[in-house]
Ligand binder design. Structure first.
Ligand code: THU
Length: 139
């Protein structure tokens, strides 16, 4: 599947996931989807809580969905919201995505108007902390 097909399919899934958002506090619905090295896709929406800090972003929901299905290798990511500009993953989600995707993984950021911004995971989170940093640590 070429990059253009992956982008279309992931954004379609992310758009559908956005409809599932549970966001009664912010009113801000977000959808996300990740593709893995097996070609499977996993979607997520944001899930808020009356205790606001417990809210979970769409990107992390998608990653948790993937892990629960037994997969760990992200090869493309899409995120969408009804923003004026394509929506950008928050810092916490960038770190969670970096756990499962390499720096070259494409990230498609979109809005409901059809604007798309294309970057890589490495551009979103340069110098990500990783498990290798701990392997290399000195006592
Ligand atoms: N949110 C996401 O789901 N993803 C992002 O990248 C940015 C923020 C959610 C969290 C919260 O439910 C709402 O958007 C407002 O911050």
């Amino acid at each position: 599947m070429d990059l253009h097909d992956r982008e279309e399919r992931l954004l379609e899934l992310a758009r559908a996931a956005m409809e599932r958002a549970y966001a009664p506090y912010s009113g801000f619905a977000v959808g996300a989807a990740v593709m893995t090295d097996t070609g499977h896709m996993y979607a997520g929406c944001n899930i808020e809580n009356a205790s606001y800090g417990l809210s979970n972003c769409a990107e992390r929901t998608a990653v948790f969905h993937m892990v629960m299905a037994g997969e760990h290798a992200v090869t493309a990511i899409a995120v969408i919201a009804g923003t004026l500009q394509p929506v950008s993953p928050c810092g916490a989600c960038r770190q969670v995505l970096a756990e499962f995707g390499s720096a070259g993984v494409p990230v498609f950021m979109a809005n409901s108007r059809g604007d798309i911004r294309r970057v890589t995971l490495g551009e979103l989170l340069p110098y990500a902390f990783s498990g290798e940093d701990m392997d290399a640590h000195e006592e």
